[in-house]
Structures are given as C-alpha cells and as structure tokens.
Design a protein. Structure first.
Length: 246
C-alpha cells in the first residue's frame, strides 16, 4: 500500500543507464515514487550528440509539473547529481530535499568532467569530439522485455540494460546548477564505500560543493540500487516519510 502522506521520491538516473536502474528498489518502497528517463533514452528519444544539461533538468521539471507533485525528494545517482540542483533551482517551492547517491557534483564555474576519475577524465577530454561524433543521430533504448518499440527517426541503439554510449555535452558544460538553489533545502550525500567510479576520494573532493546536511555510508559499489536495494530504499523511505506531504 502506498503511503500517501509521504513526500514523493523523484529518481534521476545517471549516465549510460535508464530509469530501469531503479527497478530493484521498488519492492522495498511504500512511498510515492517516480523514476524519470532523461532525454536521450527510452521514450524520451533525443540526439545524444546535442542533448544538454538544461534538456535533462527540464525533463524532470516536466514530470513534476505534469503530475502536479508538491512535495518532492529529488534523488540523483552518478551524473544525475548534476541534474537535481538545477531542478531544485527551477522548482524551489516543490523540492523538499536533495539526495545525491554515488553522485558526481561539480561546483559552479567548473565542468563535471573535472570531477571524474583522472584516467576517465583524460580520455573524455582527449576524445571529446570523437565521442560526440559516435553519439550523433543516436538515442538509447534500454527497454524491458515486452515493452513497445520507441517511435523516432533517430537510430535507437543499445536496447538492453548494459550501455556504453552517453550524451557528452553535459559532462563538458561549465556548471552553474547551484545558482538559485535555496540554502534551506536539506542535502543528503550517499557515499558508496566500494565505489570504483565515484570513489571515496572523489567524494571527499566534492562534498564542499554539496555542503551536505547528512553524509550516509553504504557498503556497496557504484550500482548501489542493485547491490544494496533494501538499504538504499530504507534510507529514501525514511527521508520521504519524515518530510511528509504538506
């Protein structure tokens, strides 16, 4: 039974995955929850070569507005971490808390690429134009078995859960997502102790950007929603329930 008195979790996936990355959490949640697909995958097809961070943030805002959600806990995993502050700035009256899960969180004035592992950063910078050309005209599938085909003139690629292609634009855009985010919105950062993508060392660099109200450790890797779904769901459930719906 859904707990209608709780705030709504709005889940924002990270790079090279879709909203289905959250599927393992759903059996453990009783609070209202919406998992958003960002432009460039599933039923929000978009050319990966030209997608921007603003496109991603606007898609989340559209979901919030379409469903008329008034009490929202924004949860961003991995690169979703540099989407949710911008959403909060666009809908500050509706967002009750920001939760960063194994997230990349740049500061204003820097690009997200500056806050990823050095080896990956160097490859992303050196091959930025090649990656963009490989992405041109493509969108990601990631459909569950039995789901209907995506209607688009773009080339639908990687129609399975394991993906490698991603929109390069948001990674290299200079960040300004914190502008307009009210300081009164609480911020939780979930640090995954076995994470080899967003390592604890990278988290230590980024925590001053987040200025978290709370830091929570989970003994899991980057794919924490699959590796520790009950523990992550319990944390999110507690946040949504404690905030309640106004």
């Amino acid at each position: 039974m859904t707990n209608r008195t709780a705030a709504t979790l709005v889940l924002v996936h990270g790079g090279t995955v879709t909203s289905t990355m959250w599927d393992s959490l759903f059996p453990y949640l009783t609070v209202p929850v919406v998992a958003v697909d960002l432009p460039g995958r599933r039923y929000r097809p978009a050319d990966l070569a030209t997608v921007t961070r603003a496109d991603w943030a606007q898609a989340v805002v559209e979901e919030i507005d379409r469903r008329d959600l008034r009490d929202v806990v924004l949860v961003g995993h991995s690169s979703g971490g540099y989407v949710i502050p911008e959403v909060a700035a666009l809908r500050p009256d509706r967002v009750r808390e920001l939760v960063f899960v194994a997230a990349t969180v740049p500061c204003d004035g820097a690009a997200p690429v500056e806050f990823i592992k050095p080896r990956l950063r160097d490859l992303a910078v050196e091959h930025a134009e090649l990656i963009r050309e490989q992405a041109r005209g493509k969108t990601l599938g990631g459909l569950r078995p039995g789901e209907p085909a995506i209607e688009t003139d773009l080339d639908v690629v990687e129609n399975d859960p394991r993906m490698g292609l991603e929109a390069p634009g948001p990674l290299h855009e200079v960040y300004d997502g914190w502008s307009g985010v009210p300081d009164v919105i609480p911020r939780t950062y979930v640090r995954c102790l076995q994470d080899r993508v967003v390592t604890p060392e990278l988290v230590a660099r980024m925590l001053p950007n987040v200025r978290p109200t709370r830091l929570v450790d989970i003994d899991a890797g980057h794919a924490v929603a699959d590796e520790a779904p009950a523990e992550l769901a319990a944390l999110l459930e507690d946040i949504a329930t404690s905030l309640g719906a106004r």
